[in-house]
Design a protein around this ligand. Structure first.
Ligand code: AMP
Length: 441
């Protein structure tokens, strides 16, 4: 199938041609006709499948027909969980809407209000927003939503996890009842189904691929680790390998992301941290550096890294396992972008076997443990088996690094002043080797 078969407006086809897209991805081929026919949509699709264009293209197609109303408010509203994703959707709408002259504005938390007030006072077509800040502006009467025709909830599962649902309910209650609504989520189960039933009207449902079929271009590896020092040795080994172009290293806390980035910097890596405590400006600058290849290693937390679309990322390293199994899928999806191959490596301690099991259940794929000669774990490790929790057969409360289930202490447990090797951190002690008792050289 080609984009021409989808009856998109010629100026959108022109932009797609310029972007070098030759044919729609499966989610685009299935979603675009349903949306253009006016249906509500419930779609499960991961990032990397082309889901952004799957809603942006039919939304832009709607804009190709002028609206009769004199109102200046947005005709399309896209709600997203994070600033980074807002930026990505904004960029996509501008790219595909280039020849339509669609006016797109992004309104996210952490940005100055006066600038946003100014942006919102101008005529606009597409508004991309995080729910909290949008609601703020709505309550201040800054947005005219009278001519809104389409609402898109992007990464709805994530918005749910982040506690945005009460805000979303208040936002949807204030929108015109005859709008079209599209909901995209990594999963359609659990609370998402409930919310979909509440917000969507007779939606068409699209499930683009089973969990198992996803990420076929990403090689997933697992290394069992004894302790923090072992993790650091493995990390070094992985990062200096010639096949690493760019890597994202995931930690469980913001503070740990900063500290690990500092250590890697001291060890000579071109590295930066990315997390939610940074200002929007600092986050944007870091992502620009990553895109331009000025940094090779990004140490990030889950929320901040969601939506990052940088083709050069060859490796994702789960230094700490994610708290939620869904986040594992989001993390590894940062590599293997734009049809490339990627490698995702996870570190797990003996105490985290239950958490590994949850990830395997979610992805439907078994993570086979690998070893690196000279860096084998010294502790005896048993891979988790189905329906079995631990050696004792009893459930263990050690599912993620925040728990105190075993001998290993996750990075998330580190107390202020405590180094990676578990020793007391000395002021001014900058080198990774001193903290972990080993060398990067
Ligand atoms: P997304 O799943 O929306 O994050 O998109 C993943 C990547 O695929 C982005 O870099 C898009 O620019 C790219 N992309 C989206 N649609 C197509 C297409 N039809 N052909 C080629 N690349 C695409």
């Amino acid at each position: 199938m080609s984009f021409e078969n989808l009856a998109l407006h010629p100026s959108i086809l022109h932009a797609l041609q310029e972007a070098g897209y030759t044919e729609p991805t499966p989610i685009q081929a299935q979603a675009i006709p349903e949306v253009m026919a006016g249906h509500d949509l419930l779609a499960s699709a991961q990032t990397g499948t082309g889901k952004t264009a799957a809603f942006t293209l039919p939304a832009l197609n709607l804009l190709a027909t002028p609206h009769p109303s004199k109102s200046r408010g947005p005709r399309i509203l896209v709600l997203v969980p994070t600033r980074e994703l807002a930026q990505q959707v904004n960029d996509a709408a501008r790219k595909y809407g280039k020849f339509l002259r669609a006016r797109t504005v992004s309104i996210v938390g952490g940005m100055p209000y006066p600038l946003q007030n100014k942006l919102l006072s101008q005529p606009l077509d597409i508004l991309v927003a995080t729910p909290g800040r949008l609601l703020d502006h709505m309550e201040r009467g800054r947005i005219d939503l009278a001519r809104l025709q389409m609402l898109v909830l992007d990464e709805a599962d994530r918005m749910l996890d982040m506690g945005f649902m009460p805000d979303i309910e208040r936002i949807t209650a204030a929108l015109p009842g005859d709008r079209q609504t599209l909901l995209f989520s990594a999963t359609l189960e659990g609370n998402i189904a409930r919310i979909a039933a509440q917000i969507l009207r007779n939606p068409k449902t699209i499930q683009i691929a089973s969990q198992q079929a996803k990420h076929e271009n990403i090689e997933q590896r697992l290394h069992f680790v004894d302790d923090m020092s072992h993790k650091n040795k493995l990390l070094e080994h992985l990062l200096i390998a010639p096949e690493v172009n760019q890597a994202i290293v995931f930690t469980s806390t913001k503070r740990h992301a900063d500290l690990l980035a500092e250590d890697l910097h001291a060890a000579g890596h071109k590295v930066a941290a990315l997390h939610g405590d940074m200002t929007q400006g600092a986050r944007n600058r870091t992502l620009t550096k990553l895109r331009h290849g000025d940094i090779n290693v990004l140490v990030a937390t889950d929320v901040a890294a969601r939506g990052i679309d940088v083709a050069g990322i060859s490796h994702v390293i789960n230094y700490d396992l994610p708290k939620f199994a869904e986040d594992y899928v989001h993390r590894i999806g940062r590599t293997g972008r734009a049809g490339k191959r990627g490698i995702a490596v996870s570190f797990a301690s003996h105490a985290e076997r239950f958490q590994l099991r949850k990830i395997e259940q979610f992805t439907g794929q078994r993570l086979e443990a690998a070893v690196i000669a000279g860096l084998e774990p010294q502790k005896r490790i048993q891979q988790p088996k189905p329906h079995k929790f631990g050696d004792s057969g009893k459930p263990r409360n050690s599912g993620h690094p925040g728990n105190k289930g075993g001998g290993y202490k996750g990075a998330g447990n580190r107390q202020p002043g405590q180094g990676y090797g578990g020793q007391k951190r000395q002021d001014g002690e900058k080198s990774f080797s001193k903290r972990s008792g080993r060398s990067f050289a």
